[in-house]
Design a protein around this ligand. Structure first.
Ligand code: GTR
Length: 354
């Protein structure tokens, strides 16, 4: 495995100054990186951020042995979207998993009853309800609420999903049955990319879990490996996910002022969980580990371990010693029930003393 070009240093600010402590990280480097990711990749959020999201509960259904489902609608300035809340038995307050459902859910399983049995509430939202995952129609969702046209620097569909996830956190903060301090934001593949960007920008999420997130997720853009998705490929196939500027970096990754380890670093010192598979080269799994390893430098600023792995990590074993947990799944591009169990094992352990 060869690195194509040098990977930019997390702790060297644009001014050239070295970041030595968590205060300077938070004051200077964190906002600087956030701006760079916004301007070059994910785009600015053009939607008004409500000071408090309002919501309606439009239905409650008891669900067999495991609890109940509440159907909610979140109201934002000029736009509303549905949200399903599943609550375990008991009074709570509950730890909560937020999951962004994709259009094509064939590869994912959401074992709702198991998650609830393990004491977690679940909030599900669907990309189609916010911005359809289709180039010609993605602007039919929340983008319709904009008064003018979407600008060149504005986000695409991924930024819109991410905006919606932050509004879900606004809701969590208002529902006394849910614990924001024990919240898990999880996503698979494109949903994993979106979860990472959301948790990087919105520090209220306590744990971010990205399954097989790959290119423009946890995978390094500058990492050379066979059959991986590149910036050129992703921006040609899915230009509407990002801001327009990102397309220019296809085959010019060396000009990007950031790489994806910096996105992971923006989640520090909160918990991060990554899962990938060696049989899923398109998602560039080796580079995800390298990315997490490099991001650990930001955790070290807080005196914390990021990723803690043996020299030769094994497939099928959960590594959960540090603040960054990881699991190398045996299998293809899919998210299985077992991967959920392992994520919750990690979350249970990390939330125990929160
Ligand atoms: C692929 C895309 C990946 C990943 C995946 C998915 O077509 O190239 O970046 O997002 O879709 O979301 O399933």
């Amino acid at each position: 495995m060869e690195k194509q070009v040098e990977i930019p240093d997390i702790l060297t600010a644009c001014s050239g100054r070295r970041i030595e402590n968590s205060q300077d990280w938070e004051r200077f480097r964190r906002p600087e990186l956030l701006n760079l990711f916004t301007g070059c990749i994910y785009g600015y959020c053009p939607f008004p951020v409500p000071w408090a999201v309002s919501y309606e509960r439009i239905g409650v259904i008891r669900q067999g042995s495991w609890g109940r489902r509440e159907q909610l609608v979140l109201h934002l300035p000029g736009f509303s979207f549905p949200l399903a809340l599943y609550l375990p038995e008991g009074r709570g307050p509950f730890k909560v998993v937020v999951y962004l459902r994709l259009t094509n859910e064939r590869e994912t399983v959401i074992p709702l009853d198991r998650i609830l049995q393990r004491g977690y509430a679940v909030l599900l939202l669907w990309v189609e309800d916010v911005a359809p995952d289709v180039p010609d129609t993605f602007e039919k969702g929340i983008f319709k609420s904009l008064s003018g046209k979407r600008g060149r620097k504005d986000c695409g569909a991924m930024g819109a999903w991410s905006y919606a996830l932050s509004r879900v956190m606004d809701y969590i903060e208002q529902d006394e049955r849910l614990l924001a301090a024990k919240s898990v934001l999880a996503g698979f593949s494109r949903g994993g990319k979106c979860a990472l960007w959301t948790a990087a920008a919105d520090q209220r999420f306590a744990l971010c879990a990205a399954f097989h997130s790959g290119c423009t997720g946890a995978g390094l853009s500058r990492w050379g490996s066979k059959n991986k998705e590149t910036v050129k490929e992703i921006t040609q196939k899915f230009p509407y996910w990002f801001c327009e500027a990102y397309g220019a970096y296809g085959e010019k990754e060396e000009y990007l002022p950031v790489d994806q380890h910096m996105l992971l670093a923006l989640i520090a010192p909160r918990f991060l969980y990554l899962a990938g598979s060696l049989e899923d080269p398109w998602a560039n799994p080796e580079s995800e580990l390298e990315s997490a390893w490099l991001a650990s430098e930001a955790y070290a600023l807080y005196g914390l371990w990021g990723l803690k792995l043996p020299k030769e990590p094994k497939e099928g074993k959960l590594y959960k010693e540090g603040r960054i947990g990881c699991y190398i799944h045996k299998g293809v591009h899919e998210m299985t029930e077992m991967e959920w169990e392992l994520l919750l094992d990690f979350a249970d352990e990390k939330f125990l003393f929160q």
